[in-house]
Design a protein around this ligand. Structure first.
Ligand code: BES
Ligand code: MN
Ligand code: ZN
Length: 501
């Protein structure tokens, strides 16, 4: 998608469609019942205001978020159409909402055969922030997952103009950075969308290699021999059950002029299919477990964005990719495995495999010199019970690390919520035969899974993102298709940038 910044007056733009945001300026009332919306187009251009005036005064528009109205051949405008997208309350309107409104505009226009449009940035949001939000949101809206449908239309917006005012060079820089992030997020979504027969660990590794060559990252891929040689007993215990060879993917970003430290480690769970293993999952819904490599795909996409945005900080991306299968070679409940760190693990449930591969991934990252760690994983069903589909879970062993991630997260406009990680939870992962068990049981399952990982991050500042409920959008939304969401990539990139000053 081509992105252009325009400083001209919206009315002067010749475009397939002008898009403007409608905001409700009515003050909240105690009952909200007698509240009449006071709708205004968020633009200083009187021509756009005037074109929308009759419609907004008619009472036909409620101004609820994502409501759309399309006007053809609007008098006073050079645009062929004017699309009005409501953004709800003017008071509450933020770049988080704007991102989604931009996605909704894309999703409203592309099925009409429209391939380019101009979006009027609302003046209430600082211009650079608005440009980023609009471009990122437009990319999110432009992705559709129906790859294998014979009637796939593959309709896409090819070009977007953002109409804003300010320093053009700065706005153009914001747009091109947002473009890198949007493309990388969709690259991740592409990987996650593929079913397991088309996204084996080997294929995932090939995609990482190809991407790395394109953007100038070093990328090494190791197989079963190296995993065993490194004594990654936890990773191997999952991989041993599958006929598909596992892959340990290591991507390095070492920009010239970056300080020796910090070295950031991004570790992703790359289970290309999770049957549960011998502790097999029920058939109902098992097809969804093709997205169990979303954490890994997020790290590959984040490394792509980082390589293109070039912050001056070293980053290593690690993905532990394997299937989790039942077979004659598969590990069994009760087995004891020795992780790369030397810790012994009693396997209670072979379906708690994500933490096993990440245990070795996190430890290996530290061996490679990482001073700060972030992992992302579709780790537990329990995080969905705790937070639903709207927030990812964040766990941290260090408050400074959390605070830094939290600011990055807010900037990126992704919803995440911090979960506790007190030492008291550790008793749930005690074993009578080994150092720890791999399953803490039902209660607080997202927390006990994180406690398990903490054993391998040890004293290295570390963040764990449980994206099981957020990596896959369960239903069609105005701003995003049902399917892979690409959650966490934007926050990760902001987080990495925060180390580069
Ligand atoms: N991949 C699953 C978690 C998951 C569940 C991801 C739903 C996406 C949606 C993970 O490997 C798993 O099976 N976790 C178990 C852990 C349990 C056995 C301790 C779970 O959550 O049930
Ligand atoms: Mn599992
Ligand atoms: Zn899993």
């Amino acid at each position: 998608m081509k992105t252009t910044i325009s400083l001209s007056i919206p009315a002067e733009l010749e475009t397939e469609s002008l898009v403007a945001v409608v905001l409700d300026h009515a003050e909240p009332t105690p009952t909200e019942k007698d509240k009449k919306p006071q709708l205004k187009v968020a633009t200083t251009d009187p021509a756009v205001q005037s074109v929308a005036a009759d419609l907004l005064a008619s009472g036909e528009v409620a101004g609820k978020p994502f409501e759309t109205n399309l006007l053809h051949n609007p008098a006073l405008l050079k645009a062929k159409r004017l699309l009005l997208v409501s953004g709800g309350s003017a008071k509450k309107f933020s770049s988080y909402d704007l991102r989604r409104i931009a996605g909704a505009a894309v999703r409203a226009l592309k099925p009409r055969g429209i391939r380019s449009f101009a979006f009027v940035a609302p003046a209430s949001i600082p211009a650079e922030e608005a440009v980023r939000a609009i471009v990122e949101g437009a990319y999110v809206g432009n992705f559709d997952p129906d790859y294998y449908r014979s009637d796939r239309k593959d309709q896409k917006i090819d070009a977007i103009t953002i109409v804003a005012s300010g320093d053009k060079t700065a706005l153009e820089r914001a747009a091109s950075e947002a473009q890198v992030i949007g493309e990388s997020q969709n690259f991740t979504r592409d990987l996650v969308n593929e079913p397991s027969n088309r996204m084996t660990p080997t294929i995932l590794a090939e995609r990482a290699k190809k991407m790395s060559a394109e953007v100038g990252l070093k990328c090494e891929v190791y197989g079963a021999e190296k995993i065993k040689e490194l004594k990654m007993g936890a990773f191997w215990s999952v991989a041993q059950g599958s006929d598909e060879p596992p892959a340990l993917i290591v991507m390095r970003y070492e920009p010239p002029g970056a300080p020796e430290k910090p070295v950031l480690g991004l570790v992703g769970k790359g289970i290309t299919f999770d049957t549960g293993g011998i502790s097999i999952k029920p058939a109902d819904g098992m097809e969804k477990m093709k997205y169990d490599m979303a954490g890994g795909a997020t790290m590959i996409g984040a490394m792509r964005a980082i390589a293109l945005l070039k912050p001056k900080v070293k980053v290593i991306g690690i993905v532990c990719a394997t299937e989790n299968m039942p077979s004659g070679k598969a590990q069994k409940p009760g087995d004891v495995q020795i992780a790369m760190s030397g810790k012994s693990i009693e396997i209670i449930n072979t379906d708690a495999e994500g933490r096993l591969v990440l245990a070795d991934g996190l430890y290996y990252a530290r061996q490679l010199g990482c001073t700060h760690l972030v992992d992302a994983a579709t780790l537990t069903g329990a995080v969905v019970v705790a937070l639903g589909y709207n927030n990812a879970g964040i766990f941290a062993n260090d408050d400074d690390m959390y605070n830094r991630f939290h600011s990055a997260n807010a900037k990126a406009g992704e919803k995440m919520w911090r979960m506790p990680l007190d030492d008291e939870y550790k008793e749930h992962i005690r074993s009578s035969i080994a150092d720890i068990v791999n399953s803490g049981g039902r209660w607080g399952g997202a927390i006990t899974a994180a406690m398990f990982l903490k054993e391998f991050a040890e004293d290295t500042p570390w963040i764990h993102l449980d994206i099981a409920g957020t990596a896959w959008t369960e239903e069609q939304k105005p701003w995003i298709a049902k399917g892979p969401s690409g959650i966490a990539l934007r926050s990760l990139v902001e987080f990495v940038k925060s180390f580069a000053g």
